[in-house]
Design a protein. Sequence first.
Length: 163
Amino acid sequence: MIARNIVESLRVLCRSLGDQDIRWALVGSTSLALQGVDVTPEDIDILTDEPGAYRIDKLLDDCRVKPVEYRPSETVRSHLGEFCVNGVKVEVMGDYQENVQGTWHALADRLISPIIIELEGMRLPVSSLQAQLQSYELAGQDKDTAKIEAIRAILRKDGTAGR
């Protein structure tokens, strides 16, 4: 279930980003919940490309907690920024890449044809369950076991497992 404050924050984001020609998609728990996975999101994660991250940074400047900047680490490299929209933490990740067992995996393909979920008159682009499942499985973190099982259950129910 998605809390009202998350829904209202999504509404602000849709209004801010809607007509800006920015490629973006929701990922993480909010995306999962919008697609029927039994998780309770506490924040909003936005995947975009590098130019999109800096444009979002300008559009949400009044909500900025940490400005978008390139922040590489051993496991992740991205143009990251943090915002607070209606009291909800929003992370923006531009040109996000994950290092899994020594190989860098870019998530840019998720921006090409995101799934559109309609919620209270909003059209929200989300990363597919299959793509998110793959990321969680590649990361192999114990903390994600419940999410992996919940995603698999939805995919089995929908008959899309293994596609």
